[in-house]
Design a protein around this ligand. Structure first.
Ligand code: BES
Ligand code: MN
Ligand code: ZN
Length: 499
């Protein structure tokens, strides 16, 4: 889809459809009020009839507005003015997009980015309009045989900025929005693909394909033999139970100075998690195809960075495997030796994410990271603690966690911090090895992070548990692409480019 900035006089905008917001109880937003005045009070006259109240995401077309160049007006409800937020604005934009996609309009102009929400900048609001529109248009149709073609899909969206100048920052908002949306779409597509298609080999191929698109991106895929040589006994113990060979995907993007320390993103790429010998119950097990969403978010964030040519060095590392029951699979009580040399008693083979991540984290030390962030659908406990709205965040560096929390708020892809206090560590005590891979029923998200912390002591590290945020369940089942927006916002902030 094409997005472009539109400036000038609102009533003079020639377009198939001009979108303006109305708050609850017919309270006109500034652009709506401007058109109302230009048209001699047509909008308020209509509102008096009471059909349209301005409830959040309520929609209404109006035709033949006097003194206005647009073919039609689309009123969209914004809810109570006092409660208006970037979240409410996204809901309105999504509703508009869905309606336009199904209606006659191939092209439209929206005034919603002009509406202030808290402290958000126009840059952020424009970027939000782009990402929300693209995210609403996403469909996963690759595996359907009869896909209905839309007769007149939405092709072009004008973003109205009033009398303001089209500055570089505002143009950037569109470019960044498109790049983020592209990264989100990539992550969602990989997530939604079934486990029999999206295998570790498939993920590796996607990374290679990304590498072919940019001269600044070097992609390397380590095979099991190389992992063996590196001593990755934890990672390999998981893939031993699967017929699909494990892959360790390593992507190095150089956008910054040759000697600048990189940010390293490590994403769990478990392409199907049956639990192994500690097998999961059958209900909703299909959703464990989403256990590679951390890895997919690394690919998505990397793709966005490449697209924006960010002046930063970024490394993406994705340990990828399946976790299945098999005669060669890990058995409860087995003891494995990680690349770090630390031994692990595998008390539950379903706590496999930390086993593949710990070796990937140790491997990542070689990049001398400025910061390392791992992203994983790691614990069901995180879904219980935080539900679907916030990713869990834990780490060993207060400044880094603060940066991530802030980035999440800025882009609406939020995280919430949980404590990583020393007191929790003893839950991982083992009678037979250096540590157990599980810490009992209590504080499951925290003990999982405690486990990882033992492999990241030398680095500034943060961990995002995305078990509740990476996909939606129920009738809306599908990948969300989170936390690609959060990661990209974090990187843009580090480059000083988000605004
Ligand atoms: N991939 C799962 C975590 C998960 C479960 C995410 C359900 C989203 C929904 C992970 O590998 C796992 O199985 N974790 C176990 C850990 C436990 C054995 C300590 C869990 O959360 O049950
Ligand atoms: Mn598991
Ligand atoms: Zn898992």
């Amino acid at each position: 889809m094409e997005f472009l900035l539109k400036s000038g006089n609102l009533a003079e905008q020639k377009t198939t459809c001009l979108v303006v917001g109305v708050h609850a109880r017919g309270d006109l937003s500034a652009p709506a009020a401007e058109l109302d005045q230009a048209s001699g009070g047509e909008i308020s006259k209509f509102l008096k009839r009471g059909d349209f109240q301005g409830r959040i995401a309520q929609l209404q077309f109006l035709y033949d507005l006097p003194n206005c160049a647009c073919d039609r007006l689309l009123l969209v409800g914004l809810g109570p003015r006092k409660e208006f937020s970037s979240g409410a604005c996204r809901k309105a934009t999504a509703a508009v997009t869905t309606l336009l996609q199904e209606s006659y309009a191939i092209e439209a102009i929206t005034t919603l980015p002009l509406l202030e929400t808290g402290e958000s900048s126009l840059y952020t609001r424009l970027r939000d309009a782009v990402t929300t529109t693209e995210e609403t248009l996403y469909r996963f149709e690759q595996c359907k045989s009869n896909v209905e073609k839309r007769p007149r899909p939405l092709r072009k969206m004008g973003l109205f900025i009033g009398q303001q100048r089209k500055t570089k920052a505002l143009e950037n908002a569109i470019q960044h929005g498109r790049a983020i949306a592209g990264g989100v779409t990539l992550a969602r597509t990989l997530g939604d693909l079934p486990g029999n298609i999206c295998t570790p080999t498939y993920l590796a191929e996607q990374a290679r394909a990304l590498g072919r698109k940019s001269r600044n991106l070097k992609v390397q895929v380590l095979e099991e033999k190389q992992m063996q040589e590196l001593g990755m006994g934890a990672l390999l113990s998981v893939s031993r139970g699967s017929r699909q060979p494990a892959k360790l995907i390593v992507m190095e993007y150089q956008g910054g100075a040759a000697n600048a320390r990189p940010v390293v993103l490590v994403g769990k790429g478990l392409t199907f998690d049956a639990g192994g010998i500690s097998i999961k119950p059958a209900a909703a097990m299909d959703e464990m195809k989403y256990d590679m969403c951390g890895g997919a978010s690394v690919l998505g964030a990397m793709a966005a960075c490449v697209e924006m040519a960010l002046p930063i060095n970024l490394v993406g590392v994705i340990p990828s495997s399946e976790n299945l029951p098999d005669g060669e699979a890990n058995k409860p009580g087995d003891i494995v030796t990680s690349m770090s040399g630390q031994t692990i008693e595998v008390l539950n083979t379903d706590a496999e994410g930390r086993l593949i991540l710990c070796d990937a984290l140790t491997y990542s030390e070689r990049f001398n990271p400025a910061a390392i962030i791992d992203i994983a659908t790691l614990t069901g406990a995180c879904v219980i603690a935080l539900g679907a709205h916030a990713s869990g965040l834990l780490g060993n560096d207060a400044k880094l966690t603060e940066e991530l929390l802030k980035a999440g708020v800025e882009c609406g892809d939020r995280a919430w911090q949980l404590p990583l206090w020393e007191e929790y560590q003893s839950q991982l005590d083992s009678n037979f090895a250096d540590m157990a891979n599980v810490g009992g029923r209590s504080a499951g998200t925290i003990t999982a992070a405690c486990f990882l912390s033992r492999f990241t002591k030398k680095m500034k590290w943060a961990h995002l548990d995305i078990a509740g945020t990476a996909w939606k369940t129920g009738t809306e089942k599908g990948s969300t692409g989170r936390p690609v927006p959060l990661l990209v916002q974090f990187l843009l902030n580090r480059c000083g480019l988000a605004g």
